[in-house]
Unconditional design. Structure first.
Length: 365
């Protein structure tokens, strides 16, 4: 019970990172058969993991009536509520990409139903958590980190998932409705995330680096840019079918927007690498925040791969492969350290160590 009470939404970042690694492995252009099969196996394992985490989290909320309120009003824990719909989105994407060979059309039906649930959770994250930030949290500019992006990104992740479902919608009117919904979800998320990116840049310039426990949070900037690319390029591919002549123009504009996001993402990637190396020299305590190395990089790698296919430029495809190799290395390292944390921890200490806010206290025990 002590461990269950400590199960917070930050544990869904494990599902985010594992799920995007599986999807990226399966969809990488030119991937060998063994890598695609490994992606399928990892997606199946992650689907079970997300289901288990969801059941345990719901059980915790049922047993502790004030649990959700305490999480929502915690300025750090509440940010990770956005991890729940994003972890679910990796399951949805896997059903579309990998589920069809295993389940046939039933996989698409499952993906559609799960996507609707994902949209509800994504919109709740993007509205409820910011509302709590405005009315009850004690935030200051010098304490801002990349985790502020977490509750705002889920709608654009759902938009990227919608782009995968579009080719499986036969009716043109329904396709247009789903495409428009995807565009609205993208627009609900990306502009607000851009505002936060600007503020984060200012905060880093004025107040320098975040605490060691939150050092990895800078990588989250890649998440909003990577999913923005996936959404734009993915939705753009269906625009000509849904909107006719106008759709061709929109599709070209979508690739242009995605290219601009990609260039900005390369800058944040270089900066995140440099800042992480800088802080690693001073020692970085492990916590679940390290999973921030995986999902943001994973969606950026997948977005690069999709953009390379649209542009037909070889060196962009080579960058996509290099990003995937880095992603695989990061996932292997973080997954191994997470398992080690679970094995060596006793009682409820695993939950406290799993929280970035509680990592320092757990290390001191």
């Amino acid at each position: 019970m002590r461990a269950l009470r400590g199960l917070g939404p930050q544990w869904f970042t494990v599902g985010m990172g594992t799920g995007i690694t599986a999807v990226a492995a399966y969809t990488l252009t030119g991937a060998p058969l063994w890598l695609r099969q490994a992606g399928v196996a990892l997606w199946l394992a992650n689907t079970a993991l997300v289901a288990l985490l969801s059941c345990l989290f719901v059980l915790r909320l049922a047993l502790e009536r004030d649990a959700f309120a305490r999480i929502l009003h915690d300025p750090v824990q509440s940010m990770f509520l956005g991890a729940i719909p994003m972890a679910l989105a990796t399951v949805v994407n896997g059903f579309v990409d990998m589920g069809r060979p295993l389940m046939g059309l039933a996989a698409i039906a499952a993906a559609e139903r799960l996507w609707l649930a994902d949209v509800v959770l994504a919109l709740a994250s993007a509205v409820v958590v910011p509302y709590a930030m405005f009315v009850s949290h004690d935030h200051r500019l010098e304490r801002m980190t990349g985790i502020w992006l977490m509750p705002f990104v889920p709608p654009e992740v759902a938009a990227a998932s919608a782009s995968l479902l579009l080719p499986h919608v036969a009716d043109r009117a329904a396709q247009g409705a789903l495409l428009t919904a995807g565009l609205v979800l993208w627009a609900l998320s990306v502009p607000v995330a851009f505002l936060l990116l600007g503020v984060l840049l200012l905060r880093l310039a004025l107040h320098h680096l975040p605490p060691r426990e939150l050092a990895i949070s800078t990588w989250i900037t890649l998440g909003t840019l990577g999913t923005g690319i996936l959404g734009m390029v993915g939705l753009g591919g269906s625009m000509p079918n849904a909107f006719g002549a106008l759709g061709h123009t929109m599709a070209g504009a979508a690739v242009l927007v995605a290219t601009a996001l990609w260039g900005l993402g390369l800058w944040w990637l270089a900066m995140s690498l440099a800042l992480t190396v800088h802080q690693a020299r001073r020692g970085l305590p492990f916590n679940l925040g390290w999973w921030g190395l995986t999902f943001p990089l994973g969606v950026f790698a997948a977005g690069t791969n999709l953009l390379a296919a649209r542009l037909g430029v070889g060196w962009v495809a080579a960058v996509a492969v290099a990003l995937f190799v880095l992603l695989a290395a990061f996932w292997t390292m973080v997954a191994a350290r997470t398992l080690a944390l679970l094995v060596r921890s006793a009682g409820g200490r695993w939950a406290r160590a799993g929280s970035p806010a509680g990592a320092a206290a757990a290390e001191a025990d």
